[in-house]
Design a protein around this ligand. Structure first.
Ligand code: FES
Length: 407
């Protein structure tokens, strides 16, 4: 068939491209033959830079502790001068660090949002703000053990709860509950410092006035941001002058913020999300304009829609293949596989503990797990081929899994 009949318009430059491409394969083969057989001794500069920008581990010490409320403390962290961490990795306001703790012989991780600004990281410190929860395994450990000089280990900055100009509006509505205020403190500081070019209307729900974290500081940040930050406090358990009373409802959001063309960022405890899903739904926003930050492992999984209640009190056995060995460990129905693994003294990889980042991705060989829909961040291919995220998977039978090498 002739070229005319096929109606192909081959331009002279296109032919040249094809010729170049034809030469590419023999050129590569020649280069491979000529290359030295010994491994390159020096780390390529691009790898050095990548490690600096995205370190797997950061070694720091606690330099200062500030009591924010009776149950919340801010910890300032600086590079540990006796370690390989000589500077802190940069981050976007809203990102988190995953900290490793050795508690009673088990290594566990917890994600904490960075509550300071990227500009402060350039000055040499991060801050995280921790709220002590009743029965909180790790928050109690931090309150008891972290003192000035304590050495701590974290990941590099992680997560996607940050403003992205290509995706989000420059008009942002923030909704925070309890310690969910921490990523917004980082954003508010960045706005006041002139580094984050957005306007933020922030709704912050607390139980009582004494439980509001950063009350005075946010007043100062509002002044410093020259109208680009507005904070609306909402108290649910007491009334106070000039402060809204009740819960953060759709009507309250409409009263104080212009929804038109806004992006909404939400960060708070699990119980707040259950309430807010209905309220946010009533605002008629597009799904892509609402960003829900992760809140860690699901508590009370038996309250989640779709949970098989007949399994709620079950105890199961897990056969776990990791790092070339196999262990048999018990797992209770109400705890995630990740928690069971850590309790057994294993050190599986993890970061977000919310089913989103994929760090803990493992292969389920046999058995069944319950995965809450809101925390199922697996790719479609992973679902098809039996991969699970142990941080958001709850056992409902005996099972066998393969965990990739610890990172
Ligand atoms: S730790 Fe992030 S998906 Fe499990």
């Amino acid at each position: 068939m002739s070229k005319d009949k096929l109606n192909i318009n081959i331009k002279p430059l296109g032919v040249l491209d094809l010729l170049t491409f034809k030469k590419l394969v023999p050129y590569r083969k020649k280069k491979i033959v000529e290359a030295p057989a010994n491994p390159v001794k020096e780390t390529p500069p691009v790898n050095v830079l990548a490690h600096r920008l995205h370190p797997q581990r950061q070694y720091m010490t606690v330099s200062e502790i500030v009591e924010e409320t009776a149950a919340a403390r801010t910890y300032r962290l600086v590079p540990d001068k006796d370690s390989e961490t000589f500077e802190l990795a940069q981050f976007r306001p809203g990102q988190y660090l995953s900290f490793s703790f050795n508690i009673e012989g088990s290594t566990v991780t917890r994600p904490y949002s960075i509550s300071s600004s990227p500009e402060e990281a350039l000055k040499g410190f991060y801050e995280i703000t921790v709220k002590q929860n009743e029965g909180g395994y790790v928050s109690n450990f931090i309150f008891k053990n972290w003192k000035p000089g304590t050495a701590v280990i974290s990941s590099g900055p992680q997560g996607y709860f940050y403003h992205e100009r290509l995706r989000d509006s420059s008009k942002v509505i923030g909704i925070a509950g309890g310690c969910g205020i921490t990523p917004f403190r980082s954003m508010a500081k960045s706005i006041a410092e002139g580094a984050l070019d957005i306007s933020l209307t922030l709704f912050y729900g607390s139980n009582t006035i004494n439980e509001i974290i950063f009350l005075k500081e946010f007043e100062e940040l509002e002044r410093a941001s020259k109208g680009r930050l507005k904070v609306v406090h909402v108290l649910s358990e007491e009334k106070a002058e000039g402060i809204e009373y009740g819960f953060i409802t759709g009507d309250l959001i409409r009263k104080h913020a212009d929804l038109n063309g806004s992006s909404v960022f939400i960060c708070g405890p699990q119980v707040m999300y259950q309430f807010l899903r209905k309220e946010i739904g009533s605002l008629g926003l597009r799904k892509k304009d609402v960003r829900w930050e992760l809140f860690g492992e699901i508590k009370n999984v038996d309250k989640v829609t779709g949970y098989p209640m007949e399994k709620a009190d079950g105890s199961f056995m897990m056969f776990v293949h990791m790092d070339g060995s196999t262990q048999r460990i018990p797992a209770s129905a109400g705890e995630s596989l990740l928690t069971a693994l850590e309790r057994a003294g294993m050190n599986p990889p993890s970061a977000c503990r919310s089913g989103a980042c994929g760090f803990c991705r493992s292969l389920l060989i046999s058995g069944d797990v319950f995965i809450p829909e809101d925390e199922d961040g697996r790719r479609l291919a992973d679902k098809k081929f039996g991969y699970i995220h142990p941080c958001s998977s709850f056992p409902v039978s005996d099972l066998e899994i393969i965990i990739p090498r610890a990172r």
